[in-house]
Design a protein around this ligand. Structure first.
Ligand code: MG
Length: 331
């Protein structure tokens, strides 16, 4: 009898991946043991599918990446950002013979707990929630608890990659580190692209050194950065970027902080978004009966509800509770 597709994939992982890659057949297991009889997909492939079929994943389509309520169909959202990260992470993992399915699963979930209104939303929750708020912790909570009763019950490797997705995190797998690099490569470049489109910056204003090294065009820069990760990680038990490209990327990121992330005209909308989310949060804290059934008690439930909202839903709830409804209502 032929091997099942799953056994074939597991065998290929065993044979072809680097010794230091994560192997799905050797997973540290799930939070709750499952009777796993899937003969098609490996454990990491199943995690990827659980994430992509979740409601929280679909809500990413209407969560701000950088520009709040961007007019125009071509600006990134949290969803398209996530897809770009997943694609770069897969390219890196395949090139380095690490586990592509694991990298993909982590990448697809890495922002799944993000608030509405991008970092403005995160700032508000961090200020209001007792003990603070970090989207990477919330991402794990979405996967472990909030998404369907009992959570998605992911493997420890995917959970570790989600929760350690921070500058100071120490992920247990190289695949998780690749996702972190892929995130940075993706957002610095697509934020430049979006800021150019919005005419907040011009091509001539981009810092000369990094552009000379990485290229004039979006696609060239991503390609060079991907090559710089491969060059510095190939054959090594690490996932890192060659220093000169890492420095160039950091210079571009600083440029974005100076010119785009703070003080640019569309970013001024953030103040309004912060005020809106703050008022909603306090309103739900005073009216816990408005929270969905089975919400956690107290601030926890309010945090979960507010963090899970799309931009659009938050705005509509604000209108519902704080703006007068025209009278008489029109049919
Ligand atoms: Mg991200």
């Amino acid at each position: 009898m032929d091997a099942t597709p799953r056994a074939f994939t597991e065998e290929r992982e065993r044979r072809d991946l680097r010794p230091w890659a994560a192997r799905s057949a050797e997973t540290r297991g799930r939070v709750r043991p499952e009777d796993d009889r899937d003969e098609v997909r490996t454990a990491f492939q199943r995690d990827r599918d659980r994430i992509i079929h979740s409601k929280a994943f679909r809500r990413l389509k209407d969560k701000t990446q950088v520009f709040i309520a961007a007019e125009g169909d071509h600006y990134r959202t949290r969803l398209t950002h996530t897809l770009e990260v997943a694609q770069i992470a897969r390219t890196l993992a395949r090139a380095l013979r690490l586990n592509e399915d694991l990298a993909e699963a982590i990448a697809l979930a890495h922002d799944i707990g993000h608030t509405p209104f991008g970092h403005a939303g995160e700032r508000v929750l961090d200020e209001l929630v007792p003990g603070g708020f970090h989207h990477y912790e919330q991402s794990l909570r979405v996967c472990d608890v909030l998404e369907r009763p009992g959570g998605l019950n992911l493997t420890q490797e995917v959970r570790d990659g989600i929760v350690s997705h921070t500058a100071s995190g120490h992920p247990g797998t190289l695949e998780a580190r690749l996702v972190h690099l892929a995130d940075r490569i993706a957002y610095v470049n697509h934020d430049i692209d979006d800021a150019l489109r919005a005419r907040i910056i011009t091509q001539d204003e981009l810092p000369k050194g990094p552009i000379r090294l990485l290229g004039e065009r979006h696609s060239q820069r991503i390609h060079q950065l991907v090559r710089a990760v491969i060059a510095a990680s190939e054959g090594e038990v690490q996932a890192q970027m060659r220093e000169r490209e890492a420095d160039a990327l950091e210079e571009l990121r600083q440029f974005l902080f100076d010119r785009v992330y703070f003080g640019s005209p569309p970013k001024r909308e953030e103040k309004k978004a912060e005020g809106l989310l703050r008022q909603l949060y306090l309103y739900y804290r005073d009216h816990p009966e408005l929270l969905p059934e089975h919400s956690a008690p107290g601030d926890e439930g309010v945090r979960d509800y507010c963090a899970g909202m799309t931009d659009h839903f938050a705005i509509s709830q604000y209108a519902r509770y704080f703006l007068p409804t025209p009278w008489p209502p029109e049919d």
